[in-house]
Design a protein around this ligand. Structure first.
Ligand code: BG6
Length: 479
Protein backbone atom coordinates (compact mmCIF):
# COMPACT_ATOMS: atom_id res chain seq x y z
CA UNK A 1 0.00 0.00 0.00
CA UNK A 2 1.20 3.51 -0.77
CA UNK A 3 0.28 6.30 1.57
CA UNK A 4 1.07 9.80 2.71
CA UNK A 5 1.57 10.30 6.43
CA UNK A 6 1.73 13.93 7.52
CA UNK A 7 2.98 14.27 11.07
CA UNK A 8 2.35 17.52 12.92
CA UNK A 9 4.95 17.67 15.65
CA UNK A 10 7.43 15.68 13.58
CA UNK A 11 10.46 16.54 15.67
CA UNK A 12 8.83 15.56 18.98
CA UNK A 13 9.01 12.60 21.30
CA UNK A 14 5.90 10.74 20.13
CA UNK A 15 7.18 10.76 16.56
CA UNK A 16 10.64 9.61 17.57
CA UNK A 17 9.64 6.88 20.01
CA UNK A 18 6.51 5.48 18.44
CA UNK A 19 5.51 6.74 14.99
CA UNK A 20 8.83 6.35 13.16
CA UNK A 21 9.45 2.78 14.38
CA UNK A 22 5.78 1.92 13.69
CA UNK A 23 6.06 3.12 10.08
CA UNK A 24 9.40 1.34 9.60
CA UNK A 25 7.96 -1.95 10.91
CA UNK A 26 5.06 -1.75 8.48
CA UNK A 27 7.40 -1.14 5.55
CA UNK A 28 9.64 -4.00 6.70
CA UNK A 29 6.61 -6.28 7.00
CA UNK A 30 5.38 -5.37 3.53
CA UNK A 31 2.09 -3.88 4.75
CA UNK A 32 3.26 -0.46 3.59
CA UNK A 33 5.30 0.29 0.46
CA UNK A 34 8.79 1.72 0.85
CA UNK A 35 7.59 4.67 -1.22
CA UNK A 36 5.56 5.87 1.79
CA UNK A 37 5.61 9.65 1.84
CA UNK A 38 6.35 10.98 5.30
CA UNK A 39 5.74 14.73 5.56
CA UNK A 40 7.09 16.21 8.77
CA UNK A 41 5.70 19.51 10.03
CA UNK A 42 7.21 21.47 12.90
CA UNK A 43 8.63 24.84 13.77
CA UNK A 44 12.26 23.71 13.99
CA UNK A 45 14.64 25.25 11.53
CA UNK A 46 15.04 22.25 9.21
CA UNK A 47 14.72 21.58 5.49
CA UNK A 48 14.15 18.34 3.56
CA UNK A 49 17.81 17.33 3.81
CA UNK A 50 18.28 17.95 7.52
CA UNK A 51 14.88 16.41 8.33
CA UNK A 52 15.84 13.25 6.41
CA UNK A 53 19.07 13.07 8.41
CA UNK A 54 17.08 13.46 11.62
CA UNK A 55 14.63 10.72 10.61
CA UNK A 56 17.49 8.38 9.68
CA UNK A 57 19.25 8.99 13.00
CA UNK A 58 16.08 8.53 15.03
CA UNK A 59 15.15 5.36 13.20
CA UNK A 60 18.58 4.00 13.99
CA UNK A 61 17.96 4.70 17.70
CA UNK A 62 14.40 3.42 17.92
CA UNK A 63 14.02 0.88 15.11
CA UNK A 64 17.48 -0.68 15.09
CA UNK A 65 16.00 -4.15 14.52
CA UNK A 66 14.46 -3.03 11.21
CA UNK A 67 16.51 -3.64 8.07
CA UNK A 68 18.85 -0.69 7.32
CA UNK A 69 17.63 -0.50 3.70
CA UNK A 70 14.06 -0.01 4.92
CA UNK A 71 15.11 2.69 7.34
CA UNK A 72 17.01 4.50 4.62
CA UNK A 73 14.06 4.31 2.23
CA UNK A 74 11.68 5.81 4.81
CA UNK A 75 14.11 8.64 5.59
CA UNK A 76 15.03 9.30 1.95
CA UNK A 77 11.41 9.71 0.87
CA UNK A 78 10.49 12.14 3.64
CA UNK A 79 9.78 15.84 3.23
CA UNK A 80 9.65 18.75 5.65
CA UNK A 81 7.31 21.72 5.99
CA UNK A 82 8.35 24.35 8.48
CA UNK A 83 5.63 26.40 10.11
CA UNK A 84 3.02 26.95 12.77
CA UNK A 85 0.79 23.86 12.88
CA UNK A 86 -2.22 25.97 13.80
CA UNK A 87 -2.02 28.08 10.64
CA UNK A 88 -4.12 27.25 7.59
CA UNK A 89 -1.18 28.20 5.39
CA UNK A 90 1.14 25.61 6.96
CA UNK A 91 -1.49 22.88 6.84
CA UNK A 92 -2.33 23.68 3.21
CA UNK A 93 1.38 23.52 2.35
CA UNK A 94 1.68 20.09 4.01
CA UNK A 95 -1.45 18.78 2.26
CA UNK A 96 -0.05 20.01 -1.06
CA UNK A 97 3.16 17.95 -0.79
CA UNK A 98 1.76 14.61 -2.13
CA UNK A 99 0.85 16.22 -5.48
CA UNK A 100 4.49 17.25 -5.94
CA UNK A 101 6.03 13.78 -5.74
CA UNK A 102 6.59 11.61 -8.84
CA UNK A 103 4.62 8.60 -7.75
CA UNK A 104 1.60 10.71 -6.79
CA UNK A 105 -1.62 8.72 -6.49
CA UNK A 106 -4.63 10.91 -5.78
CA UNK A 107 -6.54 7.94 -4.30
CA UNK A 108 -4.06 6.82 -1.67
CA UNK A 109 -4.80 7.36 2.02
CA UNK A 110 -3.61 10.66 3.48
CA UNK A 111 -3.12 10.59 7.22
CA UNK A 112 -2.73 13.73 9.30
CA UNK A 113 -1.31 12.69 12.67
CA UNK A 114 -1.51 15.29 15.43
CA UNK A 115 1.56 14.29 17.47
CA UNK A 116 1.06 17.45 19.50
CA UNK A 117 0.15 18.66 22.98
CA UNK A 118 -3.62 18.28 23.27
CA UNK A 119 -4.20 22.02 23.71
CA UNK A 120 -3.31 22.40 20.04
CA UNK A 121 -5.86 19.86 18.74
CA UNK A 122 -8.75 22.28 18.45
CA UNK A 123 -6.75 25.16 16.92
CA UNK A 124 -5.35 22.72 14.34
CA UNK A 125 -8.81 21.41 13.48
CA UNK A 126 -10.09 24.96 13.15
CA UNK A 127 -7.21 25.88 10.84
CA UNK A 128 -7.95 22.77 8.81
CA UNK A 129 -11.42 24.12 8.07
CA UNK A 130 -9.79 26.68 5.76
CA UNK A 131 -7.96 24.04 3.65
CA UNK A 132 -9.17 22.04 0.68
CA UNK A 133 -9.30 18.56 2.22
CA UNK A 134 -8.83 15.39 0.18
CA UNK A 135 -11.85 13.10 0.72
CA UNK A 136 -9.61 10.24 1.83
CA UNK A 137 -8.02 12.33 4.61
CA UNK A 138 -7.84 10.69 8.06
CA UNK A 139 -7.10 12.82 11.09
CA UNK A 140 -5.53 11.23 14.15
CA UNK A 141 -5.59 12.57 17.70
CA UNK A 142 -4.24 10.92 20.81
CA UNK A 143 -5.53 11.17 24.35
CA UNK A 144 -6.26 13.30 26.25
CA UNK A 145 -9.36 14.18 24.26
CA UNK A 146 -9.91 17.40 26.17
CA UNK A 147 -9.23 17.94 29.86
CA UNK A 148 -12.81 17.37 30.94
CA UNK A 149 -16.25 16.64 29.53
CA UNK A 150 -16.76 20.18 28.25
CA UNK A 151 -13.34 20.10 26.55
CA UNK A 152 -14.07 16.73 24.94
CA UNK A 153 -17.45 17.97 23.67
CA UNK A 154 -15.90 21.09 22.26
CA UNK A 155 -13.15 19.10 20.49
CA UNK A 156 -15.66 16.60 19.14
CA UNK A 157 -17.86 19.43 17.85
CA UNK A 158 -14.86 21.05 16.13
CA UNK A 159 -13.93 17.72 14.51
CA UNK A 160 -17.53 17.15 13.39
CA UNK A 161 -17.66 20.57 11.72
CA UNK A 162 -14.70 19.71 9.49
CA UNK A 163 -14.69 15.91 9.09
CA UNK A 164 -16.94 12.89 8.89
CA UNK A 165 -16.79 10.68 12.03
CA UNK A 166 -15.17 7.83 10.05
CA UNK A 167 -12.31 10.20 9.16
CA UNK A 168 -11.51 10.80 12.83
CA UNK A 169 -9.22 8.45 14.73
CA UNK A 170 -9.07 9.04 18.50
CA UNK A 171 -6.45 6.38 18.82
CA UNK A 172 -5.75 4.50 22.02
CA UNK A 173 -2.62 2.42 21.72
CA UNK A 174 -3.84 0.07 24.47
CA UNK A 175 -6.49 -1.16 22.04
CA UNK A 176 -3.64 -2.41 19.84
CA UNK A 177 -1.91 -4.32 22.63
CA UNK A 178 -2.01 -8.05 22.06
CA UNK A 179 -3.72 -8.98 25.33
CA UNK A 180 -6.32 -6.24 24.96
CA UNK A 181 -7.08 -7.32 21.39
CA UNK A 182 -7.30 -10.89 22.63
CA UNK A 183 -10.14 -10.05 25.00
CA UNK A 184 -12.65 -10.24 22.17
CA UNK A 185 -11.48 -13.60 20.82
CA UNK A 186 -11.03 -15.05 24.27
CA UNK A 187 -14.54 -14.06 25.34
CA UNK A 188 -16.60 -14.53 22.21
CA UNK A 189 -14.89 -17.50 20.56
CA UNK A 190 -14.55 -19.81 23.57
CA UNK A 191 -17.43 -21.75 24.94
CA UNK A 192 -15.42 -22.48 28.09
CA UNK A 193 -15.24 -18.79 29.06
CA UNK A 194 -18.24 -16.86 27.79
CA UNK A 195 -20.91 -18.66 29.90
CA UNK A 196 -18.81 -17.97 33.00
CA UNK A 197 -18.44 -14.25 32.25
CA UNK A 198 -21.28 -13.07 34.57
CA UNK A 199 -21.87 -11.96 38.15
CA UNK A 200 -23.10 -15.47 38.98
CA UNK A 201 -19.61 -16.85 38.46
CA UNK A 202 -17.31 -13.84 38.77
CA UNK A 203 -16.63 -12.20 42.13
CA UNK A 204 -14.48 -9.27 40.99
CA UNK A 205 -12.30 -8.06 38.14
CA UNK A 206 -9.03 -6.14 38.48
CA UNK A 207 -7.61 -3.99 35.71
CA UNK A 208 -4.11 -3.05 36.81
CA UNK A 209 -1.37 -1.03 35.12
CA UNK A 210 1.30 -0.41 37.76
CA UNK A 211 4.60 0.95 36.43
CA UNK A 212 8.07 1.17 37.92
CA UNK A 213 8.84 4.09 35.63
CA UNK A 214 8.53 7.46 37.37
CA UNK A 215 7.07 10.68 36.03
CA UNK A 216 10.33 12.64 36.18
CA UNK A 217 11.01 13.13 32.46
CA UNK A 218 7.44 13.99 31.58
CA UNK A 219 6.66 15.82 34.81
CA UNK A 220 5.73 19.09 33.11
CA UNK A 221 2.98 17.29 31.14
CA UNK A 222 2.10 14.82 33.86
CA UNK A 223 1.59 17.43 36.56
CA UNK A 224 -1.37 18.86 34.64
CA UNK A 225 -2.75 15.41 34.01
CA UNK A 226 -2.26 12.93 36.84
CA UNK A 227 -2.92 9.21 36.85
CA UNK A 228 -6.69 9.46 36.45
CA UNK A 229 -6.56 11.61 33.31
CA UNK A 230 -3.41 9.99 31.93
CA UNK A 231 -4.46 6.34 32.22
CA UNK A 232 -7.94 5.74 33.66
CA UNK A 233 -10.04 8.10 31.53
CA UNK A 234 -8.77 6.41 28.37
CA UNK A 235 -6.73 3.20 28.48
CA UNK A 236 -8.22 1.49 31.52
CA UNK A 237 -11.82 2.43 30.71
CA UNK A 238 -11.33 1.18 27.16
CA UNK A 239 -10.14 -2.12 28.62
CA UNK A 240 -13.18 -2.18 30.89
CA UNK A 241 -15.48 -1.85 27.87
CA UNK A 242 -13.95 -4.88 26.16
CA UNK A 243 -14.09 -6.94 29.34
CA UNK A 244 -17.68 -6.07 30.20
CA UNK A 245 -19.45 -5.60 26.84
CA UNK A 246 -22.23 -7.80 25.50
CA UNK A 247 -21.40 -9.61 22.29
CA UNK A 248 -21.68 -7.18 19.37
CA UNK A 249 -23.90 -8.02 16.39
CA UNK A 250 -20.75 -8.05 14.25
CA UNK A 251 -17.15 -6.92 14.42
CA UNK A 252 -18.01 -3.79 12.43
CA UNK A 253 -16.73 -0.58 14.01
CA UNK A 254 -20.24 0.78 14.62
CA UNK A 255 -21.46 -2.41 16.33
CA UNK A 256 -18.37 -2.64 18.49
CA UNK A 257 -18.52 0.98 19.51
CA UNK A 258 -22.22 0.71 20.36
CA UNK A 259 -21.44 -2.12 22.79
CA UNK A 260 -18.58 -0.16 24.33
CA UNK A 261 -20.79 2.87 24.84
CA UNK A 262 -23.42 0.67 26.54
CA UNK A 263 -20.84 -0.41 29.12
CA UNK A 264 -19.72 3.13 29.85
CA UNK A 265 -23.30 4.35 30.12
CA UNK A 266 -24.00 1.60 32.65
CA UNK A 267 -21.31 2.89 35.01
CA UNK A 268 -23.15 5.12 37.50
CA UNK A 269 -21.83 8.61 38.15
CA UNK A 270 -20.20 8.57 41.59
CA UNK A 271 -21.47 10.72 44.44
CA UNK A 272 -19.00 12.48 46.70
CA UNK A 273 -19.52 9.79 49.39
CA UNK A 274 -18.81 7.08 46.83
CA UNK A 275 -15.64 8.86 45.74
CA UNK A 276 -14.54 8.83 49.38
CA UNK A 277 -15.33 5.13 49.77
CA UNK A 278 -14.24 3.78 46.41
CA UNK A 279 -11.18 5.73 45.29
CA UNK A 280 -7.60 6.07 46.48
CA UNK A 281 -5.09 8.61 45.23
CA UNK A 282 -1.42 8.73 46.05
CA UNK A 283 1.76 10.63 45.25
CA UNK A 284 5.22 9.19 45.52
CA UNK A 285 7.95 10.47 47.79
CA UNK A 286 11.66 9.68 47.36
CA UNK A 287 12.65 6.05 47.29
CA UNK A 288 14.42 3.33 45.39
CA UNK A 289 12.79 1.53 42.49
CA UNK A 290 13.86 -1.75 40.97
CA UNK A 291 12.86 -1.74 37.32
CA UNK A 292 13.89 -3.65 34.20
CA UNK A 293 17.36 -2.04 34.28
CA UNK A 294 18.11 -2.64 37.96
CA UNK A 295 17.71 -0.38 40.99
CA UNK A 296 17.70 3.37 40.91
CA UNK A 297 17.02 6.16 43.36
CA UNK A 298 13.97 8.21 42.55
CA UNK A 299 13.52 11.75 43.84
CA UNK A 300 10.16 12.77 45.29
CA UNK A 301 7.59 13.61 42.60
CA UNK A 302 7.29 17.13 44.00
CA UNK A 303 11.00 17.72 43.30
CA UNK A 304 10.65 16.97 39.58
CA UNK A 305 11.09 19.96 37.25
CA UNK A 306 7.77 21.52 36.30
CA UNK A 307 5.83 20.11 39.26
CA UNK A 308 3.78 22.41 41.47
CA UNK A 309 3.30 20.56 44.75
CA UNK A 310 0.15 22.57 45.51
CA UNK A 311 -1.63 21.06 42.53
CA UNK A 312 -1.83 17.77 44.45
CA UNK A 313 -1.42 15.76 41.25
CA UNK A 314 -1.84 12.05 41.89
CA UNK A 315 0.77 9.62 40.59
CA UNK A 316 -1.33 6.66 41.67
CA UNK A 317 -5.07 6.13 41.35
CA UNK A 318 -7.35 3.33 42.34
CA UNK A 319 -11.06 3.41 41.52
CA UNK A 320 -13.72 0.78 42.05
CA UNK A 321 -16.47 0.97 39.45
CA UNK A 322 -19.68 -0.94 38.94
CA UNK A 323 -21.33 -1.78 35.65
CA UNK A 324 -25.05 -1.78 36.34
CA UNK A 325 -26.26 -4.35 33.86
CA UNK A 326 -27.97 -7.68 34.60
CA UNK A 327 -24.69 -9.40 33.70
CA UNK A 328 -22.49 -7.44 36.10
CA UNK A 329 -24.69 -6.21 38.96
CA UNK A 330 -22.72 -6.46 42.21
CA UNK A 331 -19.31 -7.16 40.65
CA UNK A 332 -16.61 -4.61 41.51
CA UNK A 333 -14.23 -3.64 38.71
CA UNK A 334 -11.09 -2.36 40.38
CA UNK A 335 -8.99 -0.09 38.17
CA UNK A 336 -5.53 0.70 39.46
CA UNK A 337 -2.49 2.44 38.02
CA UNK A 338 0.53 4.41 39.15
CA UNK A 339 4.13 5.43 38.65
CA UNK A 340 7.30 4.56 40.60
CA UNK A 341 5.72 1.45 42.07
CA UNK A 342 7.33 -1.69 43.37
CA UNK A 343 6.94 -3.71 40.19
CA UNK A 344 5.55 -3.55 36.68
CA UNK A 345 2.21 -5.22 37.07
CA UNK A 346 0.06 -4.92 33.96
CA UNK A 347 -2.80 -7.32 34.06
CA UNK A 348 -6.47 -8.14 34.03
CA UNK A 349 -7.48 -10.60 36.72
CA UNK A 350 -10.86 -12.32 36.68
CA UNK A 351 -11.57 -13.66 40.18
CA UNK A 352 -14.14 -16.44 40.02
CA UNK A 353 -16.40 -17.22 42.94
CA UNK A 354 -15.57 -20.25 45.07
CA UNK A 355 -17.21 -23.59 44.19
CA UNK A 356 -20.48 -23.69 46.09
CA UNK A 357 -20.88 -26.78 48.29
CA UNK A 358 -17.77 -28.52 47.04
CA UNK A 359 -16.86 -31.87 48.55
CA UNK A 360 -13.37 -30.36 48.88
CA UNK A 361 -13.22 -27.72 51.56
CA UNK A 362 -9.84 -26.31 50.50
CA UNK A 363 -10.53 -25.51 46.83
CA UNK A 364 -8.97 -22.15 45.90
CA UNK A 365 -11.23 -19.99 43.74
CA UNK A 366 -10.33 -20.12 40.05
CA UNK A 367 -8.56 -17.11 38.67
CA UNK A 368 -7.85 -16.07 35.08
CA UNK A 369 -4.91 -13.69 34.77
CA UNK A 370 -4.10 -11.95 31.49
CA UNK A 371 -0.74 -10.22 31.60
CA UNK A 372 0.30 -7.48 29.18
CA UNK A 373 3.78 -6.73 27.78
CA UNK A 374 4.91 -9.52 27.59
CA UNK A 375 1.57 -11.16 26.91
CA UNK A 376 0.78 -14.23 29.00
CA UNK A 377 -2.28 -16.02 30.29
CA UNK A 378 -2.66 -18.01 33.48
CA UNK A 379 -5.65 -20.03 34.62
CA UNK A 380 -5.59 -21.14 38.24
CA UNK A 381 -7.30 -24.48 38.77
CA UNK A 382 -7.44 -27.19 41.42
CA UNK A 383 -6.39 -30.77 40.76
CA UNK A 384 -5.80 -33.81 42.92
CA UNK A 385 -2.35 -33.52 44.41
CA UNK A 386 0.53 -35.85 43.82
CA UNK A 387 0.70 -36.95 47.50
CA UNK A 388 -2.60 -38.01 49.05
CA UNK A 389 -4.81 -38.48 45.97
CA UNK A 390 -7.76 -36.85 47.76
CA UNK A 391 -5.85 -33.69 48.73
CA UNK A 392 -6.05 -30.76 46.40
CA UNK A 393 -3.22 -28.96 44.71
CA UNK A 394 -3.67 -25.55 43.06
CA UNK A 395 -1.83 -25.22 39.75
CA UNK A 396 -1.69 -22.72 36.90
CA UNK A 397 -2.20 -23.46 33.24
CA UNK A 398 -0.02 -20.95 31.48
CA UNK A 399 0.50 -19.69 27.97
CA UNK A 400 3.01 -17.18 26.65
CA UNK A 401 1.89 -15.49 23.45
CA UNK A 402 4.43 -14.82 20.71
CA UNK A 403 5.87 -11.32 20.65
CA UNK A 404 3.62 -8.91 18.82
CA UNK A 405 4.83 -7.64 15.44
CA UNK A 406 4.22 -4.92 14.50
CA UNK A 407 4.15 -3.27 17.91
CA UNK A 408 0.97 -1.45 19.02
CA UNK A 409 1.85 1.75 17.16
CA UNK A 410 2.50 -0.22 13.98
CA UNK A 411 -0.92 -1.86 14.39
CA UNK A 412 -2.54 1.52 14.99
CA UNK A 413 -0.99 3.10 11.92
CA UNK A 414 -1.99 0.11 9.80
CA UNK A 415 -5.58 0.31 11.04
CA UNK A 416 -5.68 4.04 10.24
CA UNK A 417 -4.31 3.45 6.74
CA UNK A 418 -6.97 0.80 6.19
CA UNK A 419 -9.67 3.17 7.43
CA UNK A 420 -10.46 0.84 10.33
CA UNK A 421 -11.62 2.82 13.39
CA UNK A 422 -11.75 -0.17 15.73
CA UNK A 423 -8.54 0.75 17.54
CA UNK A 424 -9.94 4.20 18.22
CA UNK A 425 -12.59 5.64 20.50
CA UNK A 426 -15.66 7.22 18.98
CA UNK A 427 -16.85 10.65 20.10
CA UNK A 428 -19.45 9.26 22.50
CA UNK A 429 -16.99 6.86 24.13
CA UNK A 430 -14.62 9.73 24.92
CA UNK A 431 -17.44 11.81 26.35
CA UNK A 432 -18.91 8.99 28.44
CA UNK A 433 -15.46 8.27 29.86
CA UNK A 434 -15.21 11.88 31.01
CA UNK A 435 -18.72 11.65 32.48
CA UNK A 436 -17.38 8.85 34.72
CA UNK A 437 -14.06 10.44 35.61
CA UNK A 438 -15.00 14.10 36.01
CA UNK A 439 -16.97 13.76 39.29
CA UNK A 440 -14.01 11.91 40.79
CA UNK A 441 -11.66 14.73 39.82
CA UNK A 442 -14.13 17.31 41.15
CA UNK A 443 -14.55 15.48 44.47
CA UNK A 444 -10.79 15.09 44.81
CA UNK A 445 -10.30 18.81 44.16
CA UNK A 446 -12.79 19.33 46.97
CA UNK A 447 -10.78 17.16 49.38
CA UNK A 448 -12.50 13.78 49.02
CA UNK A 449 -10.29 10.72 49.53
CA UNK A 450 -7.25 12.77 50.56
CA UNK A 451 -3.98 12.40 48.69
CA UNK A 452 -1.76 9.83 50.39
CA UNK A 453 1.97 9.54 50.11
CA UNK A 454 3.85 6.37 49.18
CA UNK A 455 7.55 5.82 48.91
CA UNK A 456 8.83 5.29 45.37
CA UNK A 457 9.43 1.56 45.01
CA UNK A 458 6.62 0.59 47.39
CA UNK A 459 3.28 -1.01 46.55
CA UNK A 460 1.49 2.34 46.62
CA UNK A 461 -0.63 3.88 49.36
CA UNK A 462 -2.46 1.30 51.47
CA UNK A 463 -5.76 0.86 49.71
CA UNK A 464 -7.67 -0.57 52.64
CA UNK A 465 -10.85 1.50 52.15
CA UNK A 466 -11.14 0.69 48.52
CA UNK A 467 -10.42 -2.95 49.23
CA UNK A 468 -13.54 -3.31 51.32
CA UNK A 469 -15.61 -2.89 48.18
CA UNK A 470 -13.40 -5.06 46.14
CA UNK A 471 -11.89 -8.47 45.70
CA UNK A 472 -11.58 -9.59 49.30
CA UNK A 473 -15.12 -8.62 50.24
CA UNK A 474 -16.66 -10.17 47.18
CA UNK A 475 -15.00 -13.52 47.28
CA UNK A 476 -17.31 -15.98 48.86
CA UNK A 477 -20.30 -13.73 48.26
CA UNK A 478 -23.16 -15.18 46.34
CA UNK A 479 -24.98 -12.27 44.79
C1 BG6 B 1 0.71 6.43 27.98
C2 BG6 B 1 0.72 7.18 29.28
O1 BG6 B 1 -0.46 6.71 27.26
O2 BG6 B 1 0.80 5.03 28.22
C3 BG6 B 1 1.98 6.85 30.05
O3 BG6 B 1 0.68 8.58 29.00
C4 BG6 B 1 2.13 5.35 30.22
O4 BG6 B 1 1.99 7.49 31.32
C5 BG6 B 1 2.00 4.65 28.88
O5 BG6 B 1 3.40 5.08 30.78
C6 BG6 B 1 2.00 3.13 29.05
O6 BG6 B 1 1.93 2.51 27.82
P1 BG6 B 1 3.14 1.64 27.24
O7 BG6 B 1 2.57 0.99 26.03
O8 BG6 B 1 4.24 2.60 26.93
O9 BG6 B 1 3.51 0.68 28.31
Amino acid sequence: MSATIIVLGATGDLTRRYLLPGIAQLVAGGQLGDDVLLVGVAQDDLDDTSFRAQVAERLEQTAGQVDAGVREAVAAGSRYVRGDVTSTETLAAALAVPATVDRHDAEEPVVLYLALPHVLFEPVVEALAGCALPPQLRVVVEKPFGEDLAGAKSLNAALARVLREEQVFRVDHFLAKQTVLNLLGLRFANRVFEPLWTSREVAAIDIVFDETVDAQERAAYYDRSGALRDMVQNHLLQMLTLIAMEEPASLDPADLSARKVEVLRAVPTMSRAEVDARTVRGRYTAGSVTGRDGSRDVAAYTDAPGVEAGRDTETHAEVVLHVETPRWHGVPFRLRTGKALERDRREVVVHFRPMPGSVFDDAAPNELRLELDPDKMFLRINVNGIGDPFDLETVELDLELPRQVPTPYGQLILAILEGDTRLSARAEEAEEAWRIVEPILAAWADGASPLREYAAGSDGPAGDDVGSDSVGASEGGDE
